[in-house]
Ligand binder design. Structure first.
Ligand code: NAD
Ligand code: UDP
Length: 312
């Protein structure tokens, strides 16, 4: 039975990945320090093939082998989390990635780094292609996240080129679904919480900035195809459907039949004005494309909130 190790496995994406890997027949070791993740995300997994290890990835980690693959997701991901944890974010992107790659090297495991569309910053190329190097402000408040991920990508390529580790890099574009925390500050859970409570929907700036939203199961399918591939350069995984944030707010108000009104608040510093993945590489190399569009993904996410905000 193959063994997969998932860092950040008690988080939003990590918990969905653990479930999918178990469904594929794997043994799963979930490593998390519970900084922004929670045991609630994994407590329903009652399976002898599943182990949870509470550990901070900025510290050396060893676990008994064999380990066939390491998915490195540990990192604060929401702007309010990485702005609250700036040094930790830099450390987990650097020491944490070094530790995860060292583990993969010792066990001769396949390795996948969860990188981000933030490596493109406020892009000058739109839609974003993987060969575009980005336009990032290293000293702005978002720099702690963007530069940590850029450093993590550089380290991953060094382990591939110099140490011979079988590495992969996925650049994740905004992904949503069940188990996002209602107060994690990201647009979709925030708008859903506000709409359900008939409270004002807080749109930052004039709401004209754009994002592309990928449903979580599509993203996880992309992870599995990429780590099984022989491709080592970064691959965008995201849904190219592009919406303004005002359109998103209106879609959530409609989907919840809410009485909420939109209020406009200050745009955060260095908030990218456009974001949309060019997924040609994922389509050609992995035969991957999104299957769940925004209205269906919002319906599935809202259905889970009717049970409990973090349930599926
Ligand atoms: P999340 O906050 O729900 O999950 C991150 C997990 O990492 C949490 O469980 C947290 O406790 C854990 N963690 C943080 N620091 C750690 C450390 N030092 N040691 C061990 N565990 C640690 O966020 P998410 O949305 O699930 O994001 C997961 C990964 O995907 C992150 O690397 C993030 O940068 C990346 N990503 C996510 C998105 C998205 O839209 N969700 C977009 C781009 C990139
Ligand atoms: N946003 C907003 N209101 C909120 C939260 C976010 O208008 O309450 C905006 C934010 O400024 C950004 C977009 O929604 O332009 C997506 O933000 P999110 O935090 O979800 O992800 P980001 O793409 O910034 O990492």
């Amino acid at each position: 039975m193959p063994t997969s190790l998932v860092t950040g496995g008690a988080g939003f994406l990590g918990s969905h990945l653990c479930e999918r890997l178990l469904a594929e027949g794997n043994r799963v070791i979930c490593v998390d320090n519970l900084d922004t993740g929670t045991l609630e995300n994994i407590e329903h997994i009652r399976d002898p093939r599943f182990d949870f290890v509470q550990h901070d990835m900025t510290e050396h980690l060893d676990v008994p082998g064999p380990i066939d693959e390491v998915f490195h997701l540990a990192s604060p991901a929401s702007p309010i989390d990485y702005l609250r944890l700036p040094l930790h974010t830099l450390k987990v992107g650097s020491y944490g990635t070094h530790n995860a790659l060292g583990l993969a090297k010792r066990h001769r495991s396949r390795f996948l780094l969860a990188s981000t569309s933030e490596v493109y910053g406020d892009p000058q190329v739109h839609p974003q292609r993987e060969d575009y190097w980005g336009h990032v402000n290293p000293i702005g408040p978002r720099g702690v996240y963007d530069e940590a991920k850029r450093y993590a990508e550089a380290m991953t390529m060094a382990y591939y080129r110099q140490q011979g580790v079988n590495t992969h890099i996925v650049r994740i574009f905004n992904t949503y679904g069940p188990r996002m925390r209602p107060h994690d500050g990201r647009a979709i859970p925030t708008f859903i919480r506000q709409a359900r409570d008939n409270k004002p929907i807080t749109v930052f700036g004039d709401g004209g900035q754009t994002r592309s939203f990928c449903y979580v199961t599509d993203l996880i399918e992309g992870f599995l195809r990429l780590i099984a591939s022989r491709y080592h350069l970064p691959v965008n995984i995201g849904n190219p459907g592009e919406y303004t944030i005002l359109q998103l707010a209106e879609a959530i108000i409609a989907a919840t039949a809410s009485r909420s009104e939109v209020v406009f608040e200050a745009l955060p510093i260095d908030d990218p004005m456009v974001r949309r993945p060019d997924i040609t590489r994922a389509r050609e190399l992995l035969d991957w494309g999104p299957t769940v569009e925004l209205d269906e993904g919002l319906r599935l996410t809202l259905a889970s909130w009717d049970e409990a905000p973090t349930a599926v």
